[in-house]
Every structure is written in C-alpha cells, then in structure tokens.
Ligand binder design. Structure first.
Ligand SMILES: Cc1cc2nc3c(=O)[nH]c(=O)nc-3n(C[C@H](O)[C@H](O)[C@H](O)COP(=O)(O)OP(=O)(O)OC[C@H]3O[C@@H](n4cnc5c(N)ncnc54)[C@H](O)[C@@H]3O)c2cc1C
Length: 287
C-alpha cells in the first residue's frame, strides 16, 4: 500500500494481451475497473492505494455484452449502467432489479459487474443473484483460462478464490425459465462489517400448480452469503398455494438456521427478512 505522498504507478494496457502480460509481470498490482469500490473503501483521510494499479478501461473486449438463446455473456468491465441500458430487456428480471439497486446512477456509470464480483473479501450485492442463477466466471491469465461457477468462486469465509495474475474477463448467465423472480433489499450498504444490510435473491419455477424449483440466497454485512440448498429442496415438488402452516414451519427452520450461520443480521433485519420471505412464499402463483 502506498500513502498519499508515495507515487502510485498506473498502467493502461490497451489490449487483452498486454493486460495479461502486465498481470504476469506485476501480480501484486490491483486491477482498477470502475474504481468505485477501491476508492470508496478508503478508511482513513489519507488515501492509501496499492503501489501499482492496472486500469481495465482501455480494453474493448472486457466491455462486450453478448447473448445467445440460452445465455448472456457480460464483459467484466462493462459498467452496470451500460448493462442496464444495452441489455435491459434481455436480462433476467431479478438481475435487472439487483443491478438497479446498486449505488446511485452516477456511480453505476463507472461501477462494473466484474468489480462487484471481485471485491476480494466480501460478497457484494450482485453475488447472491449470480449465485442462484448459476452464473459462471471466466478467469484468464497469460496462456490459460478457466470457467468457475459463481457457487464455488468464494471460500466459506467469503474470500474470492482468484489466482495471482488472473483477471476476471466474462460473466456468463444462463437464461432459465424462472417464472418467479424477486430481489428485495433492506437497509444500508454492504460496505462495512456492522452495517444494517439485508438483501434477498429469490427465484422459482412453477409448473402446473407445483413448485418445480426454488432457490434463494441472503446477503448481509457478513462477508459470506447465506444459502441452504437442503432448505430450498424442502419445498420443491409441493403443490401451490403453500398452506400457511407449512410456510410458518419452513420459516421457523430458516430462522434457526440463519441465526446459527454466522450471518450478521440484527434482530430487526431478521424479522423484516422473515416477513419478506413469508410474503413471497405465501404468494407463489399457482401457475
Ligand atoms: C456511493 C456508493 C454506493 C455503493 N453502493 C453499493 C451497493 O449498494 N452494493 C454494492 O454491491 N456495491 C456498492 N458500491 C460499491 C461499488 O460501487 C460496487 O461494488 C461496484 O460494482 C464495484 O465495481 P468497480 O468496477 O467500481 O470495482 P473496482 O473498485 O474497480 O474493483 C473492486 C475490486 O475488484 C477487483 N477487480 C476489479 N475488476 C476485476 C477483474 N476484472 N478481475 C479481477 N479483479 C478485479 C479490484 O482489484 C478490486 O479489488 C457503492 C459505491 C459507492 C461509491
């Protein structure tokens, strides 16, 4: 880290190849995409930036957005506002709602989805949504690339599993036939450890009055998200609407589980979160 008096070296590679070469030569350098998290996370009044920054702004390939019948690929350095503008009608509704909830619009014009995914020690707002949508991340370094499911991109403590010299290049989101999609957010920002923050990403597939699939994940001020697939599966295969007693039993189990999961939710946020989940489960459309 450099303090405000030490010069920071800023590199501007103009192409992917030059970026990857630079990342091999300077694996300790911080990648600077929109820079909004890097700058916002300064805790002291004196700026402390990494000694070397590598800007991703000059690389067109990292800003591309493409779509096929079955998926959407988003370049890691595409700004959130651009994704919302260019791909608005093609994004799964839950992803659109998630992106719209991140930061004010001016910040979203700089902030990128890749930067959101790569905040090293904390799962940010986009993460639970990408998790339940089965998104995949493409990491590249000189001479190799790998695709990693978002579900295995962080360890249990919430830390991003990225190798030295690697760059996140694309985020691939499968387009699945979810007919229930909700994103709900309560509270402050996910920045600080003790902030009052809760967000819920929730998708379901209903077929002939039966809940054929259900997924949900919760983000809070704690670094890792909460998701329990066993709990999700308790409701899969059930006829709709769910009886109120079953919803209550489910929520009791969820409440005990999330309380013991290390997720830092205040009593107030937990009860607001439970109320949101009760509403969503009670109102699952029969078709
Ligand atoms: C006022 C304000 C409000 C905000 N509110 C929210 C909010 O509600 N929810 C939320 O989630 N965030 C919020 N943020 C934080 C931030 O704006 C977002 O998380 C944003 O998406 C980060 O993207 P970025 O491009 O600016 O990341 P950067 O700051 O450029 O980078 C973030 C981290 O990812 C690394 N990185 C970036 N790109 C790559 C890459 N391609 N490969 C590997 N590593 C990479 C960087 O080295 C850094 O460690 C807010 C910020 C501000 C200033």
């Amino acid at each position: 880290m450099s303090d405000s008096s030490a010069p920071v070296q800023v590199h501007h590679p103009p192409s992917m190849m030059e970026l990857l070469i630079l990342c091999r030569q300077r694996p300790e350098a911080a990648l600077f995409s929109g820079g909004t998290w890097i700058l916002r996370s300064q805790r002291s009044r004196r700026f402390r930036l990494p000694e070397a920054l590598v800007s991703l702004r000059g690389i067109d390939e990292l800003r591309r957005i493409g779509r096929t019948e079955s998926r959407i690929d988003i370049g890691a350095a595409a700004s959130i506002q651009r994704i919302l503008t260019v791909a608005r009608t093609r994004l799964p509704r839950i992803l659109r709602e998630t992106l719209e909830s991140i930061a004010p619009q001016g910040i979203r014009s700089l902030a990128t989805l890749g930067g959101n995914v790569c905040v090293p020690e904390r799962s940010m707002t986009g993460f639970p949504t990408l998790h339940i949508l089965d998104a995949k991340l493409e990491f590249r370094r000189l001479g190799s690339s790998r695709w990693v499911p978002v579900t295995s991109s962080r360890d249990a403590s919430g830390t991003l599993l990225i190798q030295p010299g690697e760059v996140l290049t694309r985020i691939r989101i499968p387009l699945q036939p979810w007919n229930v999609q909700h994103f709900r957010r309560i509270g402050e920002t996910p920045f600080v450890e003790d902030s009052n923050y809760f967000s819920l990403a929730f998708v379901g597939r209903v077929q002939r009055r039966v809940l054929a699939d259900l997924r949900f994940a919760v983000a809070s001020a704690s670094p890792a998200i909460y998701r329990n697939r066993d709990l999700e599966n308790l409701l899969v295969g059930r006829r709709l609407p769910l009886p109120p007693r079953d919803v209550s039993l489910f929520l009791e189990t969820f409440d005990e589980d999330i309380a013991g999961s290390g997720t830092r939710l205040s009593g107030f946020l937990r009860s607001r979160g439970l109320a949101v989940l009760r509403r969503l489960l009670s109102n699952l459309p029969p078709d």
